[in-house]
Design a protein around this ligand. Sequence first.
Ligand code: ADP
Ligand code: ADP
Length: 232
Amino acid sequence: MIEFHEVHKSYESGGATIEALKGVTLNVHRGDIFGVIGLSGAGKSTLLRTVNRLEQPTSGRVIVDGNDLSVLSVKHLRSLKKNIGMIFQQFNLLSTKTVFENVAMPLRLGTTSHKEIQERVGELLSFVGLTEKAQSYPNQLSGGQKQRVGIARALATNPSILLSDEATSALDPQTTASILELLTRVNEEYNVTILMITHEMNVIKEVCNRVAVMEQGAVVEQGNVLEVFANP
Ligand code: ADP
Ligand code: ADP
């Protein structure tokens, strides 16, 4: 579903070259909740962002649903991006828009009819348990509720892939648990393959079936969660 082949990424910064990714090869299968874990600076975020082209690899290939991103036309890239939702550590909601409008936003950018938007957003708010908050603004919500809005918005265009960038890192343990439970339901009920990055081991153990461990731009270990973390 998502294949990384020998992906390299260098940043030029103040005359120095930083090698953020040093030849990453990974396969995320359809239906996975795939976790990438590593310390800050390991390259996790850069890797995640190559999947929806927020970053472009310096070399190597990223293949999503059989499409090599480096050779896709702008038009195909746009339709591919609709198939990929993303959630963030700081939620990235629009503070001047209601919960309803935050979730509706990706649909308002497209050709979806007024009626379909009402239905789709209503369904998603119900799914994440925020029907009552449709007219609230982000600053009236708890962190966990904000992330629920983020998840509903990420699902608006009915994607088959969800990218999660430290989605629970700003939340307390109890709220983290409820968001992880929701992500499991996203995976199972909406058939969404999830690629998540985190620095928290318990997050991986809680929800992921497969994991890759990154250190300094490279994958140093990967496999089933039970196998990888069973190693002494
Ligand atoms: P992680 O998500 O694991 O914390 P990142 O992918 O954010 O790691 O960063 C990997 C390395 O690339 C770090 O050394 C970081 O400082 C560097 N880096 C990330 N983005 C940029 C950028 N836009 N310009 C320069 N260096 C960057
Ligand atoms: P417009 O035609 O001006 O886009 P809408 O009828 O789509 O207006 O929505 C008006 C406001 O009502 C929007 O800001 C939206 O937040 C809210 N709204 C629309 N439908 C619902 C719904 N099913 N549940 C809650 N709020 C809704």
